[in-house]
Design a protein around this ligand. Sequence first.
Ligand code: ADP
Ligand code: ADP
Ligand code: MG
Length: 668
Amino acid sequence: MFTSVLVANRGEIACRVFRTARRMGIRTIAVYSEADARALHVREADEAVLIGPAPARESYLDADKVLAAARATGAEAIHPGYGFMSENADFAEAVMAAGIVWIGAPPAAIRAMGLKDAAKKLMVEAGVPVTPGYMGADQSPERLKAEADAIGYPVLIKAVAGGGGKGMRRVDAGEAFLDALGSCRREAASSFGDDRVLIEKYILSPRHIEVQVFGDAHGEVVHLFERDCSLQRRHQKVIEEAPAPGMDDATRAAVTAAAVKAAKAVNYVGAGTIEFIADGTEGLRADRIWFMEMNTRLQVEHPVTEAITGVDLVEWQFRAAAGEPVPLRQDELSINGWAMEARLYAEDPANGFLPSIGKLDHFVLPDGVRIDTGVEQGGEVSQFYDPMIAKLIVHAETREAAAEGLAEACGAVEVWPVRTNAGFLVRCLEHPRFVVGDVDTGFIGAEEGGLVATHPSGLVRIAALTLTAEDQHLGSRPWASDRETPWEADANNPASGFRLNAPRRASYRAAVGGEHVSGIVLSRQSGDFSWDVQIEDQGFVSRSKPRRIEVEGVGTVGYRGSWRDTACLVFDRGWAWQVTEPRFNSSMSAAASDGSLRAPMPGKIVATPAKAGDVVAKGQPVIVLEAMKMEHALNAPFDGMVGEVAFAVGDQVAADAVLAMVLKQESA
Ligand code: ADP
Ligand code: ADP
Ligand code: MG
């Protein structure tokens, strides 16, 4: 076994690989870009090497710099993590040529499975059922359109070099095909440097079922059962679990056998995943499940497999790379309980799931569950990399218990000012359809409205008033108003209220999440921080404890913010709300309706579907920005005319730049 490993990656996957390396007594070496100088993976490693500026192309994706770092530190092995260079066969070869152990798939297997069209052809030859579609060399729009027409809509256009859910467009009707093709090709060219596509029949009620396989250098391949990753948003996995709900023995036997066959067809060594798409209209059935692609690397969601099998897949990767046989035989592997993983993304569900970048001033994750993360409080989410900041993994005896445990864990996430999808995860996990395992990849799209909190809940409003009253009670918060009782006399005397026995009553105003809340709050007893809160004609009893507020019969929220802060935060089941002085917030939505389309983050203009003078309908795309590897269309906020498009395709823009103006159309 080698005695040192360099991880050619960042974030949570680098930290994950280091964890196993440390346990095995292997020296850990990190590489990092200038943007990651203070990142967790750098601090956790025994040694770290700066390899270049923030953009991945100039650091993490620069093979020469990574290899130079390996030589300089005497690294005996390189683990690529996932993404970045994990599926780069040239890099794998360069690593081996340098006499360094490559902890990844054999270059030939990476190449064979690297392009989705070639991989599908290979699988057809190996007798593995594949998704029907067109995977030809003729890439003319006319031919592609004709093939799509022949397959019948809906179809899916996929970048042959695609990955991570990017470079994919569902098309429901022939008229929309060419536009979708253009946007798919743009994304494919910029993300993968290859704009070729294939067309697939869009499978109805699609469920994403994948099989973890593991091979060694002696020709043995085992599987570690399946995962269900059907809960996706725009083809990106959000919640994954193992095993798959509704999987019967016959279907499991068929799909795992197909996976092993696929891995053997490419002489696979190490950890790999065979992804299948299943038509879930009548539950999972052995004859309705097709090969989609193989990921020749460790997968983001590998922890759920580790949980149900008790295997440390990174340890197995180390052993396979060192030439050892697969540690367990197929008949020694079994499924124990149920595991679920949620991906915590730095994104703002209430704002179209735009990635959210910035400082993690407050970053608190729950205890008692497995957390794989690469950031910590005080760290930063930068514009340069993936917005996934943590994974929460729960293992329990039953699916029900795993889902409940994971919902509770996600509900305890507290992050600010970066926004996350934690509250959205809770709502997914508690949704009646998810609870019974009735989820296909369209679930989020169909239910999205109900999965996103756009307004603070009643509980949050009560908590906001409680906090406002409490601050006022202690004489430190300036904005409570309309005092009705002799408070004023004590206002500058912190805690004075608690010495008085007479109940005190006052009306308060606050803004929470940009919305006003007002009501009457009465301190119940001296000293115990409990309050009668009256909002409109409803009364509540709320009690504040360190870091949380309980409202009798309603629920509990977390909060942060000392009495002397100018604002404080309320955390409700994964959602974060800021409590502020009312007048600061009243103009919050005014900016959104003046017709200016602002860049939500720094990025590059990739399309300008509307020109100055065009008449546009509300919701129609005006200008398209690419940032954090995704395209974001900025849409007309109302019916109107495009007044100005201030940038052209290829321009780099700063956050908040006004990209275009839409003028309200005079009604004739
Ligand atoms: P797929 O969607 O192909 O099954 P996964 O969901 O397992 O893939 O995610 C792999 C993707 O993770 C990569 O294609 C890449 O976009 C992204 N990624 C790359 N590097 C990192 C990283 N350090 N942390 C998190 N995600 C990453
Ligand atoms: P990537 O390399 O980006 O992971 P995949 O080919 O694995 O691309 O597809 C990603 C996701 O897109 C799948 O998990 C599934 O949700 C959806 N998908 C892919 N192919 C189809 C299809 N033919 N019909 C319906 N959904 C599909
Ligand atoms: Mg995939």
